[in-house]
Design a protein around this ligand. Structure first.
Ligand code: ATP
Length: 350
């Protein structure tokens, strides 16, 4: 019997991961003339991620999110990203954006910024605007100081407002144990507190010393610190006690670094070994904390993950077969480098 081949079905959705970040170090150098803070930070993407599913529409932009604290109107950074890109490109296209939140909200893990960067990169492809990560930088920095980093990913130095991003030749690979205290801290309030103490601050150049040190043995990690920690704990005094306990457990279990991420409220430990990271997770869970475990995502892993997601869309337009393969590949979105042997904390040169 003759079989008729159906034409390839048009793909209905593009699914992309929006990875979280931690700040391995953060220095506040002063207040700029434009009122923003002059920062120096070391960003690191981790494989904890939101799922962003984008369904193209002829017109009309809409966002949905399954987290009660995330707005579903134009206050949502992902929707603002789509609106800005559409305005910039001068096109009348639409999309439905659905966000499944896994990154704690207001945790200093960059969830909103990452969703926004993911939407920029996905719609740039879906609407065939063709700006690419470099061309999207200007739009990204207008949306927020952390958004440009998520166009790059991996281990990167952030200067100016944190929006001048320089990927490091040495990429950190390790395991991260995150403690979510279950309450957000307002970034604006933390910076406002910080301002009161800024004039007396000295520039310690810790991040430059770290970046220019020999990272191979990871001996340099303990020099890193987060200048926002004191102000964050003054803003959330109920957490100060907890943070002392959390840091104690993370260090006791062998963390190379234990620090607050961004302006909080998440606290994390960085480990060279999955066993130690699991040990820290168990100890913190036993002490009653909400704990998440993740792995670092290097520059290459970040790029490959994006290439896979966007490639799945392109291939899906041509063939049903490759569509199922790629969707299967990316559907569960585990670690972007999975399939490789689990690696300890080490430096990977790119
Ligand atoms: P920031 O330092 O930029 O405040 P954060 O990592 O501490 O970031 P986010 O999870 O990005 O915190 O959320 C900060 C605020 O942004 C919340 O009040 C939230 O309601 C709002 N928001 C807007 N869009 C989003 C989004 N797509 N995901 C999460 N939060 C969003």
């Amino acid at each position: 019997m003759e079989r008729t081949l159906k034409p390839a079905a048009r793909p209905r959705v593009l699914r992309v991961p929006a990875y979280a970040k931690v700040n391995l170090g953060l220095e506040v150098l002063g207040v700029r003339e434009d009122g923003y803070h002059e920062l120096r930070t070391l960003f690191q993407t981790i494989d904890l991620h939101d799922d962003v599913v984008i369904r193209p529409r002829r017109r009309g932009l809409e966002v949905r999110c399954d987290h009660p604290d995330v707005p579903q109107d134009e206050r949502n950074l992902a929707l603002r990203a789509a609106l800005e890109l559409r305005r910039h490109a001068g096109i009348e296209r639409g999309a439905e954006i659905a966000i499944s939140k896994r990154i704690p909200v207001g945790g200093g893990l960059g969830g909103g910024s990452s969703d926004a960067a993911a939407v920029l990169m996905a719609l740039d492809r879906l609407w065939a605007v063709g700006l690419g990560p470099a061309g999207l930088h200007g739009l990204a920095r207008r949306l927020g100081a952390d958004v440009p980093f998520f166009l790059v990913g991996g281990t990167a130095l952030g200067l100016a407002r944190g929006d001048e991003v320089y990927p490091l030749r040495c990429q950190v690979r390790g395991h991260v144990v995150l403690v979510d205290p279950g309450r957000p801290i307002s970034t604006a309030a933390v910076f406002a507190r910080m301002d009161r103490g800024l004039t007396a601050r000295e520039n310690s150049n810790k991040i430059f010393r770290f970046v220019s040190s020999d990272l191979e043995g990871f001996r340099a990690f303990p020099i890193l610190a987060n200048d926002l920690e004191q102000a964050a704990l003054e803003e959330a005094p109920d957490l100060a006690d907890q943070v002392g306990r959390i840091r104690g457990i993370l260090i006791r279990e062998g963390a190379a670094l234990a620090a607050l991420s961004g302006s909080g409220s998440s606290f994390f430990g960085l480990y060279d070994d999955a066993r130690r990271a699991r040990g820290a997770q168990s100890a913190l869970t036993a002490a009653g904390f909400i704990v998440l475990r993740a792995r670092t995502v290097s520059l290459d892993q970040y790029r490959n993950s994006w290439a896979r997601s966007l490639g799945a869309w392109r291939d899906a337009r041509g063939s049903n077969q490759s569509r199922s393969r790629h969707h299967g590949d990316h559907g569960r979105q585990g670690h972007p480098g999975r399939g490789r042997k689990a690696e300890g904390l080490r430096v990977h040169r790119v």
